[in-house]
Design a protein around this ligand. Structure first.
Ligand code: S3P
Length: 435
């Protein structure tokens, strides 16, 4: 059944978006690598992050506070230790992050073998990007067509390597840092451009030796990790949908408290500011847990102008690029996004799904090999969008509907639950009686 989002009155009020998906995945994995009990405050209750809890349980970790109905405000994870993962068949569901991070930990175990597989979309997501460098470290892995899941991992002794990532990817970097904890000697991962650094921060907070060197990160082998108490900030990538809705729907003004403002995640803010957006970020604190900064973000409706996005901004805004394309439809002049071929390897080919969705609503967009070009100024008429099972396309469609002239019908809105099960009701709460 399709879900309709009609043109709306202003969004108003204060809302804390759900917990960060990237940080939740890492918290569950690093807590499982610990020896004793770790607490995680505010773990994200979504399909993807439930897959990670199920995975760590299959590997032998004990999880308390995550029932089938709801995840409690604080969950407890009793880890299996850095070298204690039990053999298992892991269903990663739709979680690309789990698929890419977990093999790094498993590959360096003293014994055992594992299979990682997931849904239809996961079976199209490449794993050679982690398999190739892990093999250089001595890992024993095999995958379908040497590129795709299912991925089989067999325990093997690992050696530290120096590896320059061909494309900036926090998932691949994190995988190699996990493997580096178990390897002999140091592991260095160089990045052509900086990507999100949640893994480095959390590992350092858990006692691992992580050193940031010019252009890369070094990790030293570890005997044990002590994750202690972890708290998860609200997800900037989820907040981004409300930010955009507030910018595009006239007279809106929203306040989003306790959102993760790690600069390796907030590239969207710089792009929107260049487009003329009125956004204010008030730093609240550097979280005591995992060293993640948090802040309150305020945004209000503004006239926007087109811009060019590329280079080092891309990894810092990778999951928000579809939203920049949406903003561009309402901005005066042309917007181009380049250097973003990685978008083709997300939950859907987001160059295709974003351009098709916006074109179906009346936008003038051109898909390019490594990005897109949008002719702005006309806003969006409205129409019908298919999410293609991609949570971020589903939520983009909802925002597009509110800002459109005739409304948007979304097929596959349920995909939002991958990262944000309460999205529709949270959106309704900001619309209040104006919706
Ligand atoms: C993620 C990193 C990004 C991002 C994904 C989550 C992570 O992928 O697109 O949604 O949690 O590490 P890449 O860094 O592989 O591009």
């Amino acid at each position: 059944m399709a879900t309709r989002f009609d043109p709306s009155g202003p969004l108003r009020g204060r809302l804390r978006p759900p917990a960060d998906k990237s940080i939740s995945h890492r918290a569950a994995l690093i807590a499982a690598m610990g020896e004793g009990e770790a607490t995680i405050e505010g773990y994200l209750d979504s399909a993807d992050t439930r897959s990670t809890l199920a995975a760590v349980q299959a590997l032998g970790a004990e999880v308390e506070g995550a029932g089938p109905g709801a995840i409690e405000p604080t969950i407890r994870v009793r880890g299996v230790g850095l070298r204690g993962a039990k053999p298992a068949a892991i269903d990663v569901g739709n979680a690309g992050t789990l698929l890419r991070l977990l093999p790094g930990w498993l590959a360096g175990q003293p014994q055992g073998s594992w299979t990682l597989d997931g849904d239809d979309s996961i079976r199209r997501r490449p794993v050679d990007r982690v398999a190739a460098p892990l093999r250089e470290m001595g890992a024993r892995l095999s995958c379908r067509e040497d590129r795709l899941p299912p991925l089989e991992v067999e325990a093997a002794p690992l050696e530290g390597i120096s590896y320059e990532l061909p494309v900036a990817s926090a998932q691949v970097k994190s995988c190699l840092l996990f493997a580096g904890l178990l390897a002999e000697g140091e592991t260095w991962v160089g990045e052509p451009l900086r990507s999100r650094d949640h893994t480095e921060r959390m590992l350092a907070a858990a006692g691992a030796e992580v050193l940031w060197l010019e252009g890369g990160v070094t990790v030293r082998p570890a005997e044990a990790l002590e994750p202690g108490d972890l708290a998860i900030p609200a997800d900037f990538s989820s907040a981004a949908f409300f930010l955009l809705a507030a910018l595009l729907v006239p007279d809106s003004e929203v306040e989003l408290p306790r959102v993760g403002t790690n600069p390796t995640r907030t590239g969207l803010l710089g792009v929107l500011e260049r487009m003329g957006a009125e956004i204010e970020v008030e730093v609240e604190a550097v979280g005591k847990h995992g060293g993640e900064p948090i802040g309150t973000i305020r945004a209000r409706a503004t006239e926007l102008r087109g811009t060019e996005v590329g280079g080092k901004e891309i990894p810092l805004a990778i999951d928000e690029l579809p939203l920049i394309a949406l903003a561009a439809c309402f901005a005066e002049g042309e917007t181009t996004i380049r250097d973003a071929a990685e978008l083709r390897r997300k939950e859907s080919d987001r160059i295709v799904t974003t351009c098709e969705a916006l074109a179906a609503l009346g936008a003038t967009v051109e898909a390019r090999e490594d990005g897109m070009r949008i002719e702005g100024g006309g806003g969006l008429r409205g129409g019908a969008i298919e999410s293609h099972g991609d949570h971020r396309i589903a939520m983009l469609a909802a925002v597009a509907g509110l800002a459109s002239r005739e409304g948007v019908e979304v097929e596959g809105m349920d995909a939002a639950a991958i990262s944000y099960p309460g999205f529709e009701s949270d959106l309704a709460s900001l619309l209040g009686s104006s919706g």
